[in-house]
Design a binder for this molecule. Sequence first.
Ligand SMILES: O=C(O)CCC(=O)C(=O)O
Length: 303
Amino acid sequence: MSELIVGAELTEAFASDGVVCVRQVLNASELADAVAAIDAVLADPGPLAQVTSGPDDPGAFTEDFCRWQQIPAIERLARYSRVPAIAAALLGTEQVRFYHDHVLVKEGGTRQRTPWHQDQPYYNVDGPGVSAWIPVDPVPAGGCLEIVAGTHRGPWLIPRTFLLREAKWFPEGSLAEIPDIEADRDAYDIRRFDLEPGDAIFFDFLSVHGAPGYPFSGRRRVLSLRYLSAAARHAPRAWRTSPPFDGLDAELPAGSVMDHSLFPLVWPGRAREARRRHLKELAAGALPDLSDPEIMRPAWRSS
Ligand SMILES: O=C(O)CCC(=O)C(=O)O
């Protein structure tokens, strides 16, 4: 795989549309890690796991959240793949924190749509963030995540539960409703892609997005990695957010930087810091510590 260049074209497209597709973000071994991670999540669901499709659905839509502390492969991808570097470039921020992971699997034949929504109104943060939606199976455009370009500029729209459409977060009437996009799709600039395993769609926490069911024979296994810009701030809510971070409000004051072990700083990564240190040592005439694996680990190259 070639050197990653997050050029102006990509960052400008993200600033203007709130969504970009980046091909081959994961290399072969990272992809294998992502497959193993998703399979581990499905084999041993966590306390936040849920099936977001009805019992009569011929397939199933399964989700799980916040598993990186139990599944090392997720932490490795979140920290050391190229994803945090791309997130930093797209957000135009010097520092990036990992917010959480989200596994979203649609079995072949699933009818359940992922309703149109924005992510940020479900969260406990104000300020910018980006998600990387990374399938580990080939996903045809007809089964792909869809994003309405330009909606990242807001406004915030009311979050509802996916199945029963309940307003469990912001109270009814306090935010505008999501428009009926399905009734008039041509009126919206909807982006979707034919994806290969390891490609990624990066989209802003405020971008309106949804997904069709999965009317194909294979599965659609996705790992979504979510990142916070340095400008993101803790926004405790009067309700349980999705995902919830129980007890956090007592530890992190409202309006503070998301400086907590739940949200590790992942960019600049250890690899970049280690290389800086190494260059400094070389400049000072000192012998570099070549036993430090991070020095040898390429941050911007995947192989
Ligand atoms: O995978 C899906 O069906 C929806 C994804 C989504 O809503 C998200 O990643 O925020």
